[in-house]
Design a protein around this ligand. Structure first.
Ligand SMILES: Nc1ncnc2c1ncn2[C@@H]1O[C@H](COP(=O)(O)OP(=O)(O)OP(=O)(O)O)[C@@H](O)[C@H]1O
Length: 260
């Protein structure tokens, strides 16, 4: 299973919108996609998909439910787990309960790709998700405040571990614009040995994206032929280019995440 963490530093830059639509684009290749809403307070994935979660990971951690009972199916080929920030609670459980939940999580097989939509900011939880995942995708816009916060998360992650990071520039005007933005950020990765930042593309501003949020239906479903949907598709294909070579598993991801 390929684990992919989507994060941004700054809030409101399109991280959740792009996570969902990238997930749908990946699901269209035949891969089974599970999305985890890693946002601590404001879980948005389900809102954008027009579904109301009755159960979250917290119910699993408290022993009320099994994981497969809390997975929500969508009409778009992606499944969803709400309240994934509750995974962090695993670290505080007793050994037996923790083992039970871990077994439950690992038993949730059959998925090819796990996408974690983290909360905004550079909190401990966000950095832990980024470090535990195989791939980390940073979403930024060309706006200076977004770039500053993207710079912050890149620096924080690379100071912990020199892992290759990916960048998607939302609200850029062209591929050249995105490359120019990316080159401003690669300055920071160059300071860390083995750190790297690969720009996997850009998504233009598109009023149809905003409309799809209001309709609570994914942009790729409502407007598949739009230029922005095509850019999202291209970015998704770059993300999964090498995932067949990955030997990772959900268990490995979880062990890294909770440090056991
Ligand atoms: N390329 C785009 N063109 C037009 N509107 C966009 C684009 N990308 C995102 N938006 C809009 O920006 C708003 C914020 O998007 P979103 O909620 O996905 O951001 P976020 O980074 O996940 O925010 P949060 O920090 O609250 O989780 C949404 O209303 C969305 O419709």
């Amino acid at each position: 299973m390929h684990t992919l963490c989507v994060t941004s530093g700054k809030g409101g830059v399109g991280k959740t919108t792009l996570s969902i639509n990238l997930g749908i684009a990946i699901a269209r290749t035949g891969r089974r996609v599970l999305m985890l809403d890693g946002d601590l307070g404001l879980a948005n994935l389900n809102v954008m998909l027009g579904i109301i979660p009755k159960l979250t990971i917290h119910d699993v951690v408290r022993g009320h439910k099994t994981l497969s009972e809390i997975v929500m199916k969508t009409d778009y080929g992606i499944d969803l787990i709400a309240g994934a920030s509750g995974i962090a609670e695993l670290a505080n459980l007793g050994e037996t309960e923790r083992q039970n939940v871990m077994r439950d999580l690992e038993g949730l097989g059959g998925y090819d790709v796990l996408i974690i939509d983290t909360g905004a900011g550079i909190g401990d939880n966000v950095v832990r998700f980024v470090l535990a995942a195989d791939d980390a995708l940073i979403v930024t816009t060309p706006h200076p405040t977004s770039l500053t916060d993207a710079y912050g998360i890149i620096k924080t992650v690379l100071a912990e571990e020199a892992k290759p990071l990916k960048l998607l520039v939302n609200c850029a005007t062209s591929a050249n614009d995105a490359r120019r933005i990316a080159s401003r950020l690669t300055g920071v990765t160059d300071k860390f040995m083995h750190g790297s930042l690969e720009c996997i593309g850009y998504v233009p501003v598109d009023p149809l994206i905003e409309k799809s949020i209001l309709a609570q239906k994914p942009h790729l479903i409502l407007n598949p032929r739009s230029a922005s949907a095509q850019r999202i598709n291209e970015a998704a294909m770059r993300l999964i280019k090498h995932d067949n070579n990955l030997k990772s598993s959900l268990g490995r991801f979880l062990r890294k995440l909770i440090g056991h």
